[in-house]
Design a protein around this ligand. Structure first.
Ligand SMILES: C[S@@+](CC[C@H](N)C(=O)[O-])C[C@H]1O[C@@H](n2cnc3c(N)ncnc32)[C@H](O)[C@@H]1O
Length: 258
């Protein structure tokens, strides 16, 4: 039985690494490192920096692998993701057969926390379900971009006693305002916030959180929306890529005190 650990590494700052994550990396025989193309070379640098800082066990083998792009033409979003996971799971299966002996331990470094908008766990589950490579797996939690965002803005995630919705740019229009007073929006390539017309909404936006390039902007949505759009555009052009997240909020603590 091979052992796979899916290790959360935080969102850009190597100091987000937990002691548990560091110990798990050092206990591995193999660390698998994805390559995501030149545009996101800075993300690969974060993984490299983490390994250089914390991996002291010199016997560990580092194995790189290519991550295929997700195809989007002529298929629904869900079909595209399903096919993509299948393709990556075949790559993982080959990696395990070729580079990991039985009873050896491997680790994947996963951005943020493996449980939040990340598919590594689902893909490993597919490999396990196929049964060609007997394996077991575990998860080491990591600091998420949500925590990085609220910490940088020095705000709590939730209003007192209130729920929070976590959603994507594609789904924002359906969920805010409405289900919850607080919505956290991730994976938004279309700046869905700019289409929300609500005079009472506040936004707390952050890009490249945890890295030396971190940018944060906050304020009444109507006042700062355009500034966020232009800042985002300029930063994306300069870096060649962007990762941003934001929290939208209506109301305040104790609004409903009677
Ligand atoms: C595929 S999800 C991965 C989330 C990750 N597992 C986590 O725990 O935060 C990628 C999205 O997370 C958010 N994100 C991740 N890292 C970020 C960062 N350093 N700064 C801003 N947003 C980030 C962005 O919304 C991005 O589109």
């Amino acid at each position: 039985m091979r052992h796979i650990q899916i290790v959360g590494i935080g969102t850009g700052n190597p100091e987000h690494m937990t002691v548990q994550a560091i110990n798990t990396l050092n206990a591995a025989d193999v660390i698998f490192i994805p390559s995501k193309g030149a545009a996101k070379a800075e993300l690969a640098d974060v993984r490299k920096d983490i390994c250089e800082r914390y991996v002291t066990n010199k016997t560990i083998r580092f194995i790189g692998y290519e991550v295929p792009s997700r195809r989007t033409a002529d298929r629904s979003y869900v079909q595209g993701v399903d096919e993509w996971h299948e393709e990556i799971s075949a790559i993982y299966e080959r990696l395990f057969l070729e580079h990991l002996a039985e009873k050896e331990r491997a680790a994947f470094l996963v951005w943020g926390d493996p449980g939040l908008y990340d598919s590594t766990l689902r893909i490993i589950e597919r490999v396990a379900a196929r049964g060609n490579v007997p394996l077991d797996y575990g998860i080491i939690p990591g600091i998420t971009s949500i925590q990085a965002l609220t910490a940088s803005h020095r705000i709590p995630l939730n209003l007192v006693g209130k729920p929070v919705q976590i959603t994507t740019g594609r789904r924002l229009a359906e969920s805010f305002p409405g289900i919850a007073e607080t919505a956290v929006v991730m994976l938004d390539g279309q700046q869905a916030f700019s289409k929300i017309d609500d005079p009472d909404a506040y936004i707390y936006w952050g890009a490249y959180l945890g890295t030396k390039d971190e940018i944060i902007i906050s304020g009444r949505l109507a006042d700062v929306s355009e500034r966020i759009v232009s800042t985002r555009e300029e930063a994306r052009a300069r870096h060649g890529w962007i990762m941003d997240i934001y929290l939208l909020r209506k109301g305040q603590d104790f609004d409903d005190r009677t």
